[in-house]
Design a protein around this ligand. Sequence first.
Ligand SMILES: *Cc1c(COP(=O)(O)O)cnc(C)c1O
Length: 216
Amino acid sequence: MSTIVDRYDKIKSKILSLKANKQVNIIAVSKTFTLEHIQPLVDYGHLHFGENKVQEATAKWTTQKIKNKDLKLHMIGKLQSNKAKDAVKLFDYIHSVDNQRLADALAKHQTNFNRNLKYFIQVNIGNEIQKSGIPVNELDAFYNYCINEINLNIIGLMIIPPIDQNADKYFKSLNELNKSLALENLSMGMSADYMEAIRHGSTFVRIGSSIFGPRS
Ligand SMILES: *Cc1c(COP(=O)(O)O)cnc(C)c1O
């Protein structure tokens, strides 16, 4: 068995051992890795993969998606609104919706291409230096805008917690915000902290290096 598949299976058993209330989906974050490197996990039948650049993802995954219609691609990185069109054509989920201009562009292009993506709103929960994510005090208004005015299918909230801090309190607050909006899904948890994230209700964990090895 390949090392990658072996690591993936171990992570999957650890997650199952938590007996979470909801199904937890593993997004295998394949950014920077070649398709050749990722292939064993595709062949193994894993379906959810994450990328953070539209161009890289398009080059890597377009043919794969034609071959396997069940593959689901997740855009987890910052998305400029001028890339929304290409993103909508390729991805099935976008985790980084955090401003009205981007939301409008996504809504327009998904109508034009007759696509129906699932979206997460990224929240800047630490309200700190890191610029991605909508501030907590603007979340309600932005969420209402997305679902009522432009019909984006928002399925949950997403965070990248501030680095070098205990992520626990951020996971907890995001779970509370998610509940206050009656949302079903949470995108949180990476290689270092996915178990904590699941304990706080995460349903999509984004795991890269623990599956594919260190990125150069
Ligand atoms: C790269 C990345 C991940 C995966 O990080 P690992 O620490 O390698 O698991 C998760 N989420 C986002 C937004 C990323 O950019």
